[in-house]
Write a protein that binds this ligand. Structure first.
Ligand code: TYM
Length: 373
C-alpha cells in the first residue's frame, strides 16, 4: 500500500476548532474499547466547491487521520451511482479520480484502516438499497428537502432523485457506520437512515448499527453548538454554496485560480448594517465570511468573531478572508498536482476488495432476515 505524507494543509486538519473538549467530554470514554466506523462520500458531478470541502472533506480528513490511528475503520467512497441522478459529462472518470485526490491533497494520511472505493464497484450497495426500498415509505421520501428542491418546477422527475436517500442509507448501514461527516444539508438523510435502521432492527433483531443523531454527528465533527456547516452562496448568502448554481461568482471551486477566487470574496454580497457580527439569520453574507475564515485558518469561530466584533469596514474583513482563501488554494493545488492517477487506482483496488467483503457480509444478514437466503 502506498504511504502518503502530504501535509501542506496539515495545520487545517490539526487545528479544527473545538475538537479537544468535544472529544474528551463526549466520546473518547465510551469508544475506547469498541472500534467504530466513520464514513463519507462526495458526489463527483463536477469539481467540488469550497462548501463541499469545508463541510465534508476537511472534517473527514481530520477525523480519519486521528481515529484510524486508534483502530477505527474509515470509509471514504465515491457515490458514483448517486451522480447519475443527473446527467454526467465526458469528464466523469477524471472528476472521480480527482475527487479522491482532494482528500489526499487536504492531508489524508493513508493507512490500513482507511478504505477508499467506488460505490458502483461494490454491488451490495444497489442490492441493499432495493431491500430498504421495501422498508422506507413514499411519504418519508417525499418529505426530503433535497427531493423537493430538485423536483420543484420539473415536468418529469426520475425515480433516482426520489429514491436517492435510500441508497444513501444503504451506503451507511452496509458498513455499520457510526459517524457520517456531512454538511448540514445532508442531516435529514442521516435521520432517515436512522429511522430505516431502527425499523429493520425492531422487526428482525439487531441487524444494523444505528448511526449517531445529526446533532451528535456535528459535535463529533467539532461543531460545538450542534449545527451543521452550511457555507453560503457568495452572491446570494440566503442559499448554500452549490456546484449546480449558475454564476461563477457565487461559488469557489477547489481548482479556481487563487487570485480569481480572492476577487470573488472581495465582491461577495454582504449587507448595509456596517457592523461585523455573526448572525446567520440577519447578516448571512458577513457571517459566512467569518465562518470561512475560521475554518480555513483553524482559528475557533468565537475567536474570529470577537476579533472583528463591532468593526464597520467590511472591506477589511473581505481582504483578510480573500487572503486566507488564496493562500489555501495555492497550497492545496500544489499538493493536488503532485498526486498521480496510478496512486489513486492502486488505492481503489485495495479498498474495493475490502469493501466488497464487508458489504457482502452485512447484505447477507439482511437477505436472510427477508427470507431471500
Ligand atoms: P454532495 O455530493 O451533494 O455533497 C458532498 C458533501 O458536501 C457537503 N456540502 C456542504 N457543506 C457545507 N456547505 C455547503 N455549501 C455544502 N454543499 C455541500 C454535503 O453536505 C456533503 O456532505 N448524498 C450525498 C453523498 C452521499 C453520502 C452517502 C454522504 C451519498 N451517500 C453516504 C455520506 C454518506 C450528497 O449528495 O452530497
Amino acid at each position: 500500500m502506498i504511504k502518503y505524507s502530504h501535509g501542506v494543509l496539515a495545520h487545517l486538519v490539526e487545528r479544527f476548532h473545538g475538537m479537544e473538549e468535544v472529544r474528551s467530554s463526549n466520546l473518547l470514554y465510551s469508544t475506547t474499547f469498541i472500534m467504530k466506523t466513520i464514513l463519507t462520500g462526495v458526489r463527483v458531478n463536477s469539481e467540488p466547491t469550497l462548501g463541499n470541502f469545508l463541510g465534508a472533506i476537511l472534517p473527514m480528513v481530520r477525523l480519519a487521520n486521528e481515529y484510524s490511528q486508534q483502530g477505527w475503520q474509515v470509509n471514504i467512497f465515491v457515490p458514483d451511482l448517486h451522480s447519475i441522478i443527473s446527467e454526467v459529462d465526458g469528464d466523469f472518470q477524471k472528476n472521480l479520480v480527482n475527487s479522491i485526490k482532494y482528500y489526499l491533497a487536504a492531508g489524508l494520511r493513508i493507512n490500513e484502516n482507511i478504505h477508499i472505493y467506488r460505490q458502483s464497484y461494490v454491488p451490495a450497495h444497489s442490492e441493499m438499497a432495493w431491500i430498504l426500498n421495501c422498508v422506507a415509505t413514499t411519504g418519508e421520501l417525499g418529505r426530503m428537502i433535497q427531493f423537493k428542491e430538485k423536483s420543484a418546477g420539473q415536468k418529469s422527475v426520475n425515480v433516482g432523485i426520489f429514491d436517492y436517500p435510500v441508497l444513501m442509507a444503504a451506503d451507511i448501514l452496509l458498513y455499520s457506520a457510526n459517524y457520517v461527516p456531512v454538511g448540514e444539508d445532508q442531516f435529514q438523510h442521516i435521520e432517515l437512515t436512522r429511522d430505516i435502521a431502527i425499523r429493520v432492527n425492531h422487526k428482525f433483531g439487531d441487524i444494523f448499527v444505528i448511526p449517531e443523531k445529526s446533532a451528535d454527528q456535528a459535535k463529533f465533527m467539532g461543531i460545538v453548538n450542534g449545527d451543521g456547516i452550511r457555507i453560503r452562496d457568495l452572491t446570494n448568502p440566503e442559499k448554500k454554496m452549490s456546484k449546480s448554481t449558475i454564476g461563477d461568482n457565487s461559488k469557489i471551486m477547489l481548482l479556481d485560480n487563487p487570485e480569481k477566487a480572492a476577487k470573488k470574496i472581495m465582491s461577495a454580497t454582504t449587507d448595509s448594517y456596517a457592523n461585523i457580527k455573526y448572525d446567520m439569520l440577519n447578516q448571512p453574507g458577513i457571517s459566512n465570511l467569518l465562518q470561512i475564515e475560521s475554518l480555513l485558518t483553524g482559528v475557533p469561530l468565537q475567536e474570529v468573531i470577537s476579533t472583528w466584533a463591532g468593526e464597520s469596514h467590511y472591506g477589511d474583513l473581505k481582504k483578510k478572508v480573500a487572503e486566507s482563501v488564496s493562500t489555501f488554494l495555492a497550497n492545496f493545488q500544489a499538493d493536488f498536482q503532485a498526486i498521480s492517477d496510478e496512486q489513486i487506482y492502486e488505492l481503489l483496488e485495495v479498498g474495493e476488495a475490502y469493501a466488497n467483503d464487508a458489504a457482502d457480509a452485512k447484505l447477507l444478514q439482511l437477505q436472510k432476515a427477508f427470507k431471500l437466503r
